[in-house]
Design a protein around this ligand. Structure first.
Ligand SMILES: Cc1cc2nc3c(=O)[nH]c(=O)nc-3n(C[C@H](O)[C@H](O)[C@H](O)COP(=O)(O)OP(=O)(O)OC[C@H]3O[C@@H](n4cnc5c(N)ncnc54)[C@H](O)[C@@H]3O)c2cc1C
Length: 377
């Protein structure tokens, strides 16, 4: 893999030991509590795992997307689907780094790198997800402030977030041109309220919450980038990385599902021989291993392009669609080989299967990926 140089490979050791020690043992409890321990973020900050690809001058690790990818691979390898680090590191930090003024970067990024602030991005609303231009949340300039009104749902890290990038209309008369990104620091902010941590089919330990903004007043300098009406363009520019982040996790999860199934089918017997001895088992796993290899090759190509700044919106849509659809198929076929045990929550394959389902929905659905790809045909 061309993007895995010596430095990134050495970093993998740190990421692996952290994920094995700090993530793997807590899965059941986090699933029950519907969120990770808040201190996890501070622990990750202490060992330098937050804001990996943000410049050191803003408290980050000074690395590249390759470091982010390795952390996500190790997270998946450890069987964790709870920690919302992909959103914090791979998405929110990059919005601030790309569009924030120097003052904004100095204000927020070091706190995100230490774990003092957990970050979220709130685009989706109860009434609109795929059609982002249709958001109803408003952020109206009033003197030196913005006053935000509206509701968001399905927000990753929503319950723990201390910093939320809110997509809102600064000009409600306009569609895309009226959208801006406004940063809300939640602590002590009047009118901001968190709703339920939602009860999901899978990714049960991941904090996914409803958020309410009722006359929330933030200073005008919290407008990301300082110019109104740029939000939609900012979102579109960052989506390739967001989708690549999902693809990295999808391929790693697919690989884990195959490894778990190989191990299980070699141990479990039926009709006097290991399940792996049946031709069907071998064929299913041979196909699944090939799906992983092909997906990994395409993903590697996309990561390499992204590191050179060459991954376009279409390429990102293709890799997101391809890898998440394959993951769905592979996880389902692997689960089948576990028989009834595959349907039991205590078996990691069950978690792999339920977690897989949402990958085709968040970050833009498969149908929206197809729309994007088709536009270039
Ligand atoms: C676990 C989880 C975490 C999430 N985290 C976040 C987060 O951190 N921040 C955030 O802002 N959002 C988040 N989301 C929201 C997610 O991005 C949206 O759910 C997703 O974009 C789909 O929007 P929707 O749910 O409103 O579905 P809808 O937009 O209502 O879509 C419903 C169906 O219609 C299809 N459809 C819609 N438009 C078209 C079209 N033009 N052509 C063909 N088919 C179409 C869709 O593909 C889908 O199948 C999260 C969601 C989940 C489940």
């Amino acid at each position: 893999m061309t993007w895995l140089d010596e430095d990134v490979t050495a970093f993998r050791e740190l990421a692996r030991s952290f994920c094995e020690k700090e993530l793997a043992p807590h899965q059941e409890r986090w699933a029950h509590e519907k969120q990770v321990d808040r201190e996890l973020w501070n622990k990750a900050g202490d060992v330098g795992l937050l804001c990996l690809s943000i410049p050191e001058q803003f408290g980050g690790g000074g690395g590249t997307f390759a470091h982010e990818a390795v952390l996500l691979q190790e997270q998946a390898r450890a069987g964790d689907d709870a920690w919302g680090v992909a959103v914090h590191n791979g998405i929110v930090a990059h919005y601030i780094n790309a569009y924030g003024t120097t003052e904004q970067k100095q204000r927020w990024l070091p706190k995100m790198a230490s774990g003092e602030l957990v970050a979220a991005i709130a685009m989706t609303e109860p009434g609109t997800g795929s059609d982002l231009q249709g958001i109803k949340t408003k952020a109206i300039r009033t003197g030196d402030n913005y006053v935000i009104d509206g509701a968001k749902t399905f927000i990753t890290n929503g319950a723990q977030a201390g910093l939320i990038i809110v997509a809102a209309k600064t000009n409600p008369e306009e569609k895309a041109a009226g959208v801006s990104l406004v940063v809300v620091e939640t602590e002590g902010t009047e009118g901001f309220r968190r709703g339920r941590v939602l009860d999901k089919v899978g990714m049960k330990g991941q904090d996914t919450a409803e958020l309410f903004f009722d006359n929330v007043t933030v200073p005008a300098e919290n407008l990301l980038g300082g110019v109104e009406g740029q939000g939609f363009i900012q979102l579109m520019q960052q989506l390739p990385q967001e989708r690549l982040v999902i693809a990295v996790s999808a391929v790693a999860a697919m690989d884990l599902a195959v490894q778990l199934t190989i191990q299980y089918t070699k141990e479990r017997t039926a009709f006097g021989r290991p399940l792996f001895g049946f031709q069907n088992t071998k064929f299913v796993l041979a196909e699944a291993a090939t799906e992983v290899a092909v997906s990994q090759a395409f993903l590697d190509q996309c990561i390499t392009r992204h590191l050179k700044g060459e991954l376009d919106v279409t390429g990102a849509a293709m890799v997101k669609m391809w890898t998440t659809e394959r993951l769905g198929k592979v996880a389902d076929n692997c689960l089948q080989l576990f028989g009834g045990y595959g349907y039991m929550n205590e078996y990691p394959i069950a978690k792999a299967w339920t977690s897989a389902r949402v990958q085709r929905i968040f970050g833009g659905t498969t149908e929206i990926m197809k729309e994007i790809i088709a536009r270039t045909l």
